[in-house]
Design a protein around this ligand. Structure first.
Ligand SMILES: NC(=O)c1ccc[n+]([C@@H]2O[C@H](COP(=O)([O-])OP(=O)(O)OC[C@H]3O[C@@H](n4cnc5c(N)ncnc54)[C@H](O)[C@@H]3O)[C@@H](O)[C@H]2O)c1
Length: 274
């Protein structure tokens, strides 16, 4: 522990259970001295384990559907109130696709579901930032992060409309990075993470193969949830105050690879052979 976030106030969206990226990131930022609030949908609060996390971290849980401006306004107002000041960092760790859940392939997507995917997984990022900005709830130098996947740039079978949502999410990061940078010296970045076994991740058909393939392709292996939490701490800290408007690949080198000896070997001998 380095006290990198001492005195900072943050809002963490998207912790469902201990497998969630947001869960581990919430634990890490508190270890580094931050005070936080947690938010998720009323349903996730009821059926997930976020209450456990709230108790452990002494963090207030504020329900919100991240597509509702009214709910988000409440999250920011309450957070500023309970944390005792303006917000220094925000994590958007939210994603959902009904097309993936219903196994509708890309050529057959249902357009109501498609709108929902974009609204929940990408436009909510815009809405969160707009809400905090309009309320004047961000401190100067605020650092805002969302989580993406390399399917925003390259096609991964079965990643479906979520790939389009991730492309939009990354673009929204650049868009807001420009405005928040000018107005508040604020930073907005999107971390593109290795496949990670969480509820959302494992919901993508063939997840095990995505996971094994990128593990064998990446010279450092997949970045896990602890690696991600450490990386997010640095991005919320003052040590990275000139990093903004980026898609930051946190993937053990996967995004720069073409072929590795381990993948070649796996094609010959099988992926499960160790
Ligand atoms: N798991 C992976 O392999 C992986 C890789 C790269 C990026 N990501 C991204 O990381 C983020 C977090 O996902 P995770 O893997 O930790 O899974 P997760 O299932 O633990 O988290 C997803 C969260 O989104 C929340 N959510 C869904 N609809 C919402 C709504 N309308 N309003 C507010 N919250 C809502 C869920 O309640 C849940 O807490 C997502 O954006 C995901 O796409 C995941």
């Amino acid at each position: 522990m380095y006290n990198l976030l001492k005195g900072k106030r943050g809002i963490i969206f998207g912790a469902l259970d201990e497998k969630s990226m947001a869960w581990r990131i919430a634990e890490r930022v508190v270890e580094e001295g931050a005070q936080i609030t947690l938010s998720n949908t009323a349903m996730a609060i009821r059926f997930g384990k976020i209450n456990e996390l709230g108790e452990k971290l002494n963090a207030e849980i504020i329900p919100a559907d991240a597509t509702s401006l009214e709910d988000l306004e409440n999250v920011f107002k309450k957070s500023v109130e309970v944390l005792g000041g303006k917000i220094d960092f925000v994590l958007h760790s939210i994603g959902m696709s009904m097309n993936i859940r219903k196994k509708l392939e890309y050529p057959e997507v249902n357009y109501d579901f498609y709108h929902k995917t974009l609204d929940i997984s990408a436009i909510s990022f815009h809405k969160i930032i707009q809400t905090g900005y309009k309320l004047g709830a961000f401190n100067e130098g605020v650092s805002i992060l969302a989580l993406s996947y390399i399917a925003a740039q390259r096609i991964f079978d079965k990643y479906n409309d979520m790939a389009d949502a991730k492309a939009l999410l990354e673009s929204i990061g650049r868009g807001w990075g420009y405005y928040l940078g000018r107005e508040l010296k604020g930073r907005v970045n999107v971390v593109s993470q290795s496949p990670t076994p969480t509820t959302a991740g494992s919901g993508v058909e063939g997840f095990d193969f995505f996971y094994k393939y990128s593990e064998k392709m990446s010279p450092l292996g997949n970045a896990d949830i602890n690696d991600l939490a450490d990386y997010c701490v640095t991005l919320f800290s003052d040590l990275t105050r000139k990093v903004t408007m980026q898609t930051l690949y946190h993937d053990g080198g996967f995004s720069s690879m073409g072929m590795s000896i381990d993948v070649m070997d796996a094609f010959v001998n099988g992926f499960d052979k160790e």
